[in-house]
Design a protein around this ligand. Structure first.
Ligand code: FAD
Length: 493
């Protein structure tokens, strides 16, 4: 019988990973989920024989899932994935296209051939990104930025050296422009800012380390699709004895004497030793702690990360020139990001990402067909007319893809569903439809991410992409590790 109780708000990947970790720490864990399904944004839907992963499609650092399997010591549950040898197929506005492989040598050689860069220079760039990542991750990703005890580790000095030398003085775009002569190469590397919903013309150069994970180490694809990440973690949690309540939205975090004491749902009050929120941190304060006087106002007021418009298209044709991940770049990248972050409009020539899992998972689409997840980055919802925007964006995407793929795409769409910022906010509780909480568009952004614990309410912790260390699946999994460490320290376990 476990004598300490943890309540978790939300079953996104951060919530699931935290549930597993706290259960192994000896807590009895109960997860409350507003939706009828687990996984938050990592969920799957099938529309007329076409299966879609509704949210994430790019998956790096799969070892973080392996770690949870090992920790659980449950040999009956496995997680299969393949490491891909192709990172992405790129299509430029002038019809130039190529497939980028994985690996420093391979990527450098391909970029030299296709984009005329100096092969050695590309290699040294990728090598530097690896070194930067290796130096910075133990200080800025693996531990809390807000606990001196965790932060003071032996890697601190080398992380700071690298950060000041390569990361803070210039934007991602400036670093890439100084390295590469072809604007297409710059655009390709600038794209990695979108992996945490940021603007490459503002985000610090250090964020270029994201390219290391995809280009040097390579993306992975879980067997069965991205949804298998959720299924695996959910199965692990259930086997460990974690209780799940679906369709049970948390309405309030209960507290007394500066300590979180439990939570309230429509079904009643639940008491606990600790509460962990996997809900967007903004809404955690705004909706669940609205009567609590100490909101971290500065953190909550930061610029939000971008949102997205996604079309889920069942396409009754197969395209040999497309792979699992495909990017169709806009002609003017700077203008596109100005629209997303400044004017909050949808650019009429957005960069289009097309993910097709049926390229590998054949059963995801009927014979001779493909399941297209078609995504464009979008501004957050500030009251725009999204029906009009979605309709205009659809036409712009169809025009561009039809031209570049030399096929009338609209005539071969058999199934169609749409996601927009309003739906992202209502379905997953993302503030204004932002996908990753605060954007990383300034030097100080990392310090304005909410810590993984509350400084004002003992026993309240935070996990997921809206808090430290940031956006994306690997970082959400790291946030769960940090919560575990904070709880261990606080309870002297
Ligand atoms: C279209 C799209 C594409 C993306 N692509 C990628 C990608 O390729 N790679 C990548 O790494 N990341 C991607 N992301 C981001 C990705 O979704 C995150 O990295 C990760 O899945 C977020 O996990 P999380 O733990 O923060 O929680 P979320 O997935 O946001 O889950 C939070 C959960 O909390 C629940 N909840 C909220 N409020 C309450 C409440 N009051 N009571 C109970 N439950 C509540 C919600 O219902 C939800 O289930 C994408 C996101 C979107 C939307």
């Amino acid at each position: 019988m476990k004598d300490k109780k943890a309540l978790i708000i939300g079953s996104g990947i951060g919530g699931l990973a935290t549930a597993i970790r706290l259960s192994k720490l000896g807590f009895s864990v109960h997860v409350f989920e507003a939706n009828e399904f687990a996984g938050g944004k990592i969920n799957s839907k099938t529309f007329k024989n076409y299966r879609f992963d509704m949210g994430p499609s790019i998956f790096t650092e799969p070892y973080l899932i392996d770690e949870l399997l090992e920790l659980s010591e449950l040999k009956t549950i496995t997680f299969d994935y393949s490491l891909l040898s192709e990172s992405c197929r790129y299509f430029f506005a002038d019809s130039h296209s190529f497939t980028l492989p994985v690996g420093k040598k391979e990527v450098s050689s391909k970029i030299a051939i296709e984009l005329g860069e100096d092969e050695k220079k590309v290699f040294s760039y990728l090598d530097r990104m690896e070194k930067n990542y290796t130096a910075v991750a133990p200080v800025f990703i693996h531990v809390s930025l807000h606990k001196i005890k965790q932060l003071l580790n032996k890697q601190m000095l080398s992380a700071l050296k690298r950060l000041f030398k390569y990361g803070l003085s210039s934007s991602m775009n400036k670093v890439n422009t100084s390295y590469f002569k072809n604007p297409k190469t710059v655009q390709l590397f600038n794209r990695f800012a979108t992996y945490n919903g940021s603007n490459p013309y503002e985000t610090p150069g250090m964020l270029n380390i994201i390219s290391h994970l995809e280009l040097n180490k390579g993306p992975a694809l879980p067997k069965g699709g991205m949804f298998m990440i959720t299924k695996t973690l959910y199965d692990l949690a259930v086997q460990l004895g974690v209780t799940f309540s679906f369709n049970e939205k948390v309405e309030r975090i209960l507290y007394s004497n500066n300590r979180a004491t439990g939570l309230k749902t429509a079904k009643g009050d639940y008491s606990s030793d600790i509460v962990v929120s996997n809900m967007d941190v903004h809404f955690t304060y705004e909706k669940l702690l609205n009567d609590f006087p100490f909101h971290p106002k500065k953190i909550l007021a930061q610029e939000k990360s971008s949102s997205a418009v996604v079309f889920y298209w069942g396409i009754k044709k197969q395209f040999k020139q497309l792979g699992l991940h495909n990017i169709f770049f806009s002609e003017d990248y700077k203008k596109e990001f100005k629209s997303i972050f400044e004017t909050k409009e949808m650019d009429d020539d957005p960069t289009i990402y097309v993910n097709i899992t049926s390229k590998i998972e054949k059963k995801d689409a009927p014979a001779n067909s493909e399941n297209w997840f078609v995504m464009v980055n979008a501004p957050i919802n500030v009251g725009q007319n999204w029906d009009e925007i979605v309709s205009a964006t659809r036409q712009n995407i169809l025009k561009k893809l039809s031209k570049l793929l030399k096929t009338d795409i609209e005539s071969i769409i058999e199934v169609e569903e749409v996601m927009d910022p309003i739906k992202i906010e209502s379905l997953y509780s993302g503030k204004q439809g932002s996908i990753y909480g605060n954007a990383s568009n300034s030097k100080s952004a990392a310090f304005y991410r909410h810590p993984n614990f509350s400084k004002k309410l003992k026993g309240l912790y935070f996990t997921g992409v809206t808090v430290h260390p940031g956006g994306g699946i690997p970082l959400a999994l790291n946030s769960a590790k940090i919560v575990e460490r904070c709880v261990k320290d606080d309870f002297e376990l």
